[in-house]
Design a protein around this ligand. Sequence first.
Ligand SMILES: Nc1ncnc2c1ncn2[C@@H]1O[C@H](COP(=O)(O)OP(=O)(O)O)[C@@H](O)[C@H]1O
Ligand SMILES: [Mg+2]
Length: 249
Amino acid sequence: MAEAFLTVRNLHKSFNGNKAVNDVSFDINRQEIFGLLGPNGAGKTTTIRILSTVLAPDSGEATIGGLSTSKQSADARKLIGVCPQDLALYEDLSARDNLIFFGRLVGLSSQEAKTQMLQNLTLMGLEERAKDKVSKYSGGMKRRVNLAIALMGKPELLFLDEPTVGIDPQSRNKIFETILGLREKGMTVLYTTHYMEEADRLCDRIAIMDGGKIVAMDTPRHLKAQFGEPEKTSLEDVFLKLTGRSLRD
Ligand SMILES: Nc1ncnc2c1ncn2[C@@H]1O[C@H](COP(=O)(O)OP(=O)(O)O)[C@@H](O)[C@H]1O
Ligand SMILES: [Mg+2]
């Protein structure tokens, strides 16, 4: 039987009366790629911020590897890697120095940080540009550095918040390939996107979010089968049927 690695129960978070996250519950099994799919403002980033212990929920509980994200947050944090929606890196430093810096920040020895830096830059196809300042990189390369940083410390669960927005197809494919490769080696992934074809291609299961709520949750195939023949239906159609609105708006 599949083992839930992340559990989320009845999360709520409001900002000035606006319910950004409204009673969200789901589980992610080990080695699963789980997608949170929804338009801008759906509550995806707020959910990730709560689960990555950056933000406290108003109510609700979450566990990672059995550890409470509120009561055992320091230990839970050791299990996760976060690739935030807004790039979190130093433009004035090389990719190499960025990775070493963040590796040291998560407690790696200098030697281990160097070892993992090399591994992760190679994984992302950036080893030849490792010594260049990140400010010289394309948007897609910066995204790949962001993902490489998230892998420092060898997390077991990766949070990827819209990692492919505004990047070139080469970087996008590299990111997809990397995520699938990491999963083969045991990684569990929470992936947010507003691109339905991306969620369809990559995710084992998807929760469709709208207005802070999960409005549907299943495999892409089952979601599509609810509304037509899976081969002829898109997740865009599913979103439209569920909410009466287009995901692209
Ligand atoms: N720090 C904040 N302060 C006030 N409102 C916020 C804050 N963060 C998010 N929101 C609001 O919460 C809602 C959900 O936002 P967000 O989680 O960023 O959605 P998504 O990532 O799906 O685009 C939006 O209405 C957004 O404006
Ligand atoms: Mg967001």
